[in-house]
Ligand binder design. Structure first.
Ligand code: ZN
Length: 254
């Protein structure tokens, strides 16, 4: 059940056209790239913290719904990798919010660098590849052409349990997602010992103004639940994520 609004026509799969989404979706392709900053706090806060913890409905989506899908991004770890505590615990869920209700999951992805040997398969890239395959599968529920698939991303929301690296943030902007929602920030990852390329998603978005699409950015959503997936790796005293326990210093699934 998925509807996509394109510039000149509407494609609906298993849905009445009356279920088609908000004017925002149509307008999204008509304006220059912008980043909206919510809930600015004290003047001393960083740009990252100005994005923190949206407490109200954005684009008509309730915070509880955001939390639900962020938990699905966490759950992608177990669904893809078979463990809730892989070392590179980066999970993604891509969702269609253009209908009513909770939204529809299109695909998931998780960091599969170690499993595949492909250094670009971060969770977000893996998910984008998975979604592309699902959207264009002639025997699948959507059966979109390549051109339709490219346009479809402007109707989708990407939830990832940690802020995207600049490679993935760039892919998100190239895809033209409607929304990008992350949990744990790069600042937090770096502070906890993770090696990162220190370019924030805010900066990538700020420099993507040539692109015709718009992507709404929401940061540190449900970070209290995403953080534990990234805090045990470099802190031997930090508790393992639920479902895991320390063995030889490393969190492993029970
Ligand atoms: Zn990445």
């Amino acid at each position: 059940m998925l509807c996509f609004v394109f510039l000149l026509h509407i494609t609906c799969r298993g849905f009445q056209s009356t279920m088609i989404p908000s004017p925002f979706a149509l307008g999204a392709t008509l304006v220059a790239s912008i980043v909206t900053v919510h809930y600015a706090h004290a003047a001393t806060d960083s740009l990252q913290t100005t994005l923190v913890k949206p407490a109200r409905a954005i684009n008509g989506i309730a915070p509880t719904t955001r939390s639900y899908w962020m938990r699905q991004a966490n759950q992608a770890l177990a669904d893809v990798l078979g463990t809730p505590c892989p070392f590179a615990a980066f999970g993604t869920a891509i969702v269609n919010h253009t209908g009513h209700g909770l939204g529809n999951l299109i695909c998931i992805g998780a960091n599969t660098n170690p499993e595949t040997g492909n250094p670009t398969l971060h969770g977000e890239i893996a998910a984008i590849q998975n979604c592309t395959s699902i959207l264009t599968d002639p025997k699948g529920p959507y059966n979109l052409t390549a051109a339709e698939s490219l346009l479809a991303f402007s109707q989708l929301s990407l939830y990832t349990n940690a802020e995207s690296c600049p490679m993935c943030a760039s892919a998100i902007r190239w895809a033209g997602f409607k929304e990008y929602i992350y949990g744990t920030s790069i600042d937090r990852l770096v502070g906890e010992g993770w090696a990162q390329i220190r370019i924030s998603s805010m900066e990538v978005f700020r420099q993507s103004f040539d692109l015709a699409s718009t992507t709404r950015l929401m940061g540190e959503v449900l970070a209290n639940e995403t953080d534990p997936y990234f805090l045990w790796q470099y802190d031997p005293d930090y508790r393992c994520p639920s479902g895991c326990a320390r063995r030889n210093g490393r969190c492993k699934a029970h």
